[in-house]
Each structure stands twice: as C-alpha cells, then as structure tokens.
Design a protein around this ligand. Structure first.
Ligand code: NOJ
Length: 544
C-alpha cells in the first residue's frame, strides 16, 4: 500500500482538503448576476469553518468566457466581471490569514482567440509561429490539415479567410473560402499554442513566477498532457504510439523546469492528467516533476465495492514508487454532480454517455454520496471538494436555450454540457436567488427547490450534507498519516484501517453489516439499523 510520508508543515499538500471555487457561481458580491472575488472574500469565514486547507480557483483571468474562463486573454489580469488584481492579492492574503492556501489554474495548452498573441498572428505577425497554422489539404486547401477531432466535438481545425484579417471580433469561421487553418483541441476560440517555440515556454515560466510572487501556494495545470504535438501533425491512427498529441515524452522536460521554479517558492502543482495507463500517469509525479495529479479513475469508478477497492489499490500502487500522494476526487466543474451520478443506473462517469433526461433517484444518490464522502476523506492523500458538493447539490438539467457550455452546441445539442454542475450556490433559503447575492437572475438560473439546499438551512440541521462534511473534515486527523490496511469484511463491504489511526467501513451490499465495535463510532453517514448494524450505502468511521 502507499506509504504516506509523515506530515511536515511544508507537506500540507500531501493530505490537504482542497476546495474548488468556480468563481462565476460561488457568491455574487456586486449583485450583477455573476459570482466574483468580492463574493469569495465575504465567504472566507464559511470556508474556514468548513475546515478546508486550500482553495483552487478555476481561471479568474481576463477572458471572453467562451469556455468558462479556460479561454484566457491575459494571464496577468483578473476578468472585470470577477474583480481586479488588487482584489485577488487581498483575497490570497486574507485566506492565508485564515490558514487557507490558494491554488490558481494555469491553462498552458491554449489561449483565447482574443489574446494579443493570436490577434497579432492573425494580423500576419511573427506570432504566427506561436500557434499551429497549416495550409489545408485538398485541391483548394478546403480540407483540414489532419483528422484530429476537438475534445468538444467537430474538427480540431478552423480555416481563416484568404487574406489576413485585422481582427476585431475574432477569426472568421468560414470554411469554404480561404487561407490557412489553425489548430484548437477545444473550441475554435481556444487556439493551441506551439510548445516547440521557446517564447511559449518562457512566457509560461514568467506567468508562474507572476502568481508565485503574489503568494499563491500552488498551480493546477489544465490539460497537462496535451501541450506537445508531433511536429509533423500526422493523422490520428488508433493505437499509434506515441500519440500525436497526448502524453508526449517532451512534456516531462517542461514540467521539470516548472518544478525548479515552484521549488524556489515552496509551491506545488496538481496536474489535470487524464491517462488510462497508470505507469505513464505516474511519470508525471516523479520527484522532480509534478507534486500531484487528479485521480480521475476514482472519480469515474462506479459505486461498486470490488471496483472501488480495485481503484483504491491501483491508485496507491501507482503512486507508491514515485513517492507522490494520491488525490481523491468525486466531482469537479466538468462532470455530473456526485449525488446525481450515484442515483443513476450507471454510477460511473463518462463524457461520451451524458444525455438529457437520464432517470435519477436523488435520495439514493445522496445516501451514497454521503458514504462516498466518508470513504474519500478516510483515504491516504489529498481530497478535492467541488463547491456545492458539501451541500449535496444535484446536477441541474439546464434548459437548452440557456446552456453556455460549448460542449453542448459542438455536440450538435446531444450532450447536455457541463453547466448543470455550475449553477450558482444557494446561501440563504429566504433571500432572493437563494442568497447568491444577485439583484437579478444569475448567469445560470437556479431551479425550483434550490433554496432547500441553502447553507443557512443546512447549518441548522445536524443531519445535513454540510454538517456531515464539517464534522468529517474536523475528525479526519483521527486517521493519522499512516498507510491503509484492508481488514476482513463480507462481500460488498469495504473495511480498512490507517496505521495508528481510525477505521472506515462502507457497506455497498444489500445485507446489513455487523460493526466490529459499535461503541467506537466516530461518525456515520446515515442512521444504523435498529439492531446497530450498518445498512446498505452507509459508511462509518470507528475509533482506533
Ligand atoms: C479542462 C477544464 O477542466 C475544462 O473545463 C476546459 O473546458 C478544458 N480543460 C479546456 O481548457
């Protein structure tokens, strides 16, 4: 099993609880319908009370918001909808005073089409070399340079008009006339950078320093395994090794130089690395590369005891040789909310199978999500908590006309997109817009019943999801920082101890499970049977 290193103060990230703030939807300080930094600053006491160690902010930089801020026009300024750089600096300092560190989100694979580099490139400047421009194939260049697909659907290439256009509103999307094509693994408004160019590397190293100088303790790296492309830009052939743009060996050199910079500041990285190959995944976590990476296989794992146990074992086994701590993730701003996912026939997660109108049993999903919260908070490593998860918020089926996420439109309207997990938080049940702070309808409207999940209501209810999370985060140190040992348990029951610490039992079977020590209960995710046994979809923590 993984052998977590004993805690030191500069090792906070090895066992931290990290709360993800999607600023647009967290709290609206100025009432304009969009969450902002003023809203976050006002709610810092809430986050301190919850007991989290760090905040990860989704991109808060200047952005046309074609992909919720992952289309960055200037990495050194804050989008005016969110606030100012001075406010961000205050927020970082105020959080630190409450013992909470800040992690910012860096998006190195692409920029906004409104970024000065791309605008200069379109105007015919040498900045063209900072992107991937190519002539098209076919007699008149009317076919894209290769067959790569955008992660959001459709081709990964967009063609420019015949002559360079002094762009005011972004490139023309015309596909039948024209000039060269440019590569975008995501939306057309997110042109991919050319990481073979030294200026691209230099710029990102400067951006890292810019934020480390402002006191951020960590950086989340967006699309971390996609930056480097095969310079020949060949067609994608299933099984081609190496892949033309995923997990290229050249990436490791980039992250080694980033690590040297982070070490100067005592800062840490968490990589967004989606890779099925555990050995390849672990390479990013070698001691001179990234400190941590998100554990998406655990997140996507169905609610099944054997599969969860296998996922936990694989996670710990892949991290152990490189000495990196695991991370445990149940949800984020890209995936179906936990209580909804666990209330469906398919309890795993896969972008490809998202659909409108999926039947959901929210009571069942909530019971499981409560048990999953205790499971993940008992495991060795760091835990990520996505805003609203602590409130048990369900996924919202946003009306088609209101969906902003490009995944929806680019799937031809088949994929509901990711806005359903981005609906503004409810803070006060009886206030307008459930206390989000807006004076008008928020950027994504809240559905009926949203106020039932409000923070103020949950604070008064010892049986609420919020009360469970608050107690669990407070009690979590009872597990210590030792490794995990599986203990005997009936089929469908997960039972483990942490060395020198508490034990966790989760019953995923339909047979109630006897507790080894009913007197020693620290915390339970739901009521026990009248005879003291642990019912289905329930977890307990037991004292050492
Ligand atoms: C991953 C981010 O989590 C997602 O929200 C974004 O759309 C893509 N990367 C592109 O930046």
């Amino acid at each position: 099993m993984g052998q977590p290193t004993p805690a030191r103060s500069d090792d906070w990230w090895r066992s931290a609880v990290i709360y993800q703030v999607y600023v647009r939807s967290f709290a609206d300080g100025d009432g304009d319908g969009t969450g902002d930094l003023a809203g976050v600053r006002a709610r810092l006491p809430y986050l301190a009370e919850l007991g989290v160690d760090a905040l990860w902010f989704n991109p808060w930089y200047l952005s046309p918001m074609k992909d919720g801020g992952y289309d960055v026009a200037d990495y050194r300024s804050i989008d005016p909808a969110f606030g100012t750089l001075a406010e961000a600096e205050k927020l970082i300092a105020e959080a630190r005073e409450l013992g909470i560190r800040t992690i910012v989100d860096i998006v190195p694979n692409h920029v906004s089409d409104q970024h000065p580099w791309f605008r200069a490139a379109l105007a015919g400047g040498p900045e063209r070399d900072l992107f991937h421009f190519r002539p098209g194939r076919g007699e008149h260049g009317e076919l894209p340079p290769n067959d790569w697909r955008s992660e959001f659907g459709g081709p990964a290439w967009t063609r420019l008009p015949a002559s360079p256009d002094p762009v005011q509103d972004g490139p023309s999307r015309s596909a039948d006339t024209g000039g060269d094509w440019y590569l975008h693994l995501f939306a057309p408004e997110q042109p991919d950078l050319n990481w073979a160019h030294p200026a691209v590397r230099q710029e990102h190293e400067d951006i890292l320093r810019f934020w480390f100088e402002r006191g951020v303790a960590g950086v989340r790296i967006d699309s971390a395994a996609l930056l480097v492309k095969d310079p020949r830009l060949p067609d994608f052939t299933e099984g081609r090794d190496p892949h033309p743009y995923v997990d290229r060996d050249e990436l490791h050199d980039i992250y080694r130089s980033w690590r040297a910079i982070a070490d100067e500041y005592g800062a840490v990285f968490v990589g967004e690395v989606w890779l099925p190959d555990t050995e390849r995944f672990a390479r990013y976590l070698r001691p001179d590369e990234l400190h941590t990476a998100f554990n998406f296989s655990f997140m996507a794992c169905p609610w099944d005891a054997a599969r969860l146990r296998a996922s936990i074992d694989e996670t710990l086994a892949e991290h152990a040789p490189v000495g990196a701590p695991a991370t445990w993730v149940l949800c984020n701003h890209d995936v179906t909310r936990t209580v909804t996912r666990y209330g469906r026939a398919d309890t795993g997660f896969d972008f490809a199978t998202k659909a409108f109108g999926t039947p959901t049993d929210l009571a069942l999903g909530t019971r499981r999500a409560r048990a999953a919260a205790l499971l993940s908070l008992a495991l060795p490593g760091a835990v990520y908590l996505y805003q609203g998860e602590e409130l048990g918020l369900p996924e919202v089926e946003v009306e088609r006309e209101l969906i902003q996420d490009p995944m929806h439109a680019r799937s031809g309207g088949v994929d509901p997109g990711r806005d359903g997990c981005r609906v503004p938080l409810p803070w006060a049940a009886d206030a307008p817009y459930a206390g989000f702070g807006s004076r008008r309808t928020p950027w994504l409207p809240q559905p009926d019943g949203w106020a039932d999940h409000a923070v103020d209501r949950q604070l008064d209810d010892p049986g609420s999801m919020l009360s469970l999370y608050r107690r669990a985060i407070r009690l979590r140190p009872a597990f210590g920082d030792g490794p995990l040992t599986w203990l005997p348990a009936p089929d469908g029951v997960l039972h483990f101890a942490r060395a020198g610490g508490a034990r966790c039992l989760v019953n995923l079977s339909d047979t109630p499970a006897a507790l080894p020590d009913p007197a020693g209960i620290l915390l339970a995710s739901g009521p026990l049977d009248p005879d003291g046994r642990l019912p289905q979809d329930t977890a307990v923590w037991l004292r050492a």
